[in-house]
Design a protein around this ligand. Sequence first.
Ligand SMILES: [Zn+2]
Length: 147
Amino acid sequence: MNHSSVINRQKQPPKERTEDESGGGPIAGIYLPGVAATVTRRAGNKLLENTDIRVSLGCRIDSCSGSVRGPAEDPRRHYLHARAQEMATMLERPAAWRPTLEVDRLRQANNLRRRVNKYYMDDDIKELKTRTLMSLINGIEEQRQAS
Ligand SMILES: [Zn+2]
């Protein structure tokens, strides 16, 4: 860890408030289950408005079930039910199957990230990192083969 860069960052003045930050401090970005990533509100809004890809990215749980824009309308509530669902899906499988399930989920997320990077990047939609997911996938696979 580079301490001087952390300290330098702390010395910088707080960022100017944007329209995305109203009153009670910064509002989190939007978690998109399809890519297993949280993106900025602006990027999330754009992607959820895109009829080509929004169904793959979005969410159908509780408050999100009525609208593809659900994750953008209540990002915090959406984040919690989306992550809870991912955990529940994992835990309802026998322990021996969980690595396979997780690798599948990460693979799909990775493929979708690549698709977003290839076709939908713009000033607001930044490149989604794929390296960390790939190394997670490889790590799980290695462990599975070893056991
Ligand atoms: Zn949701």
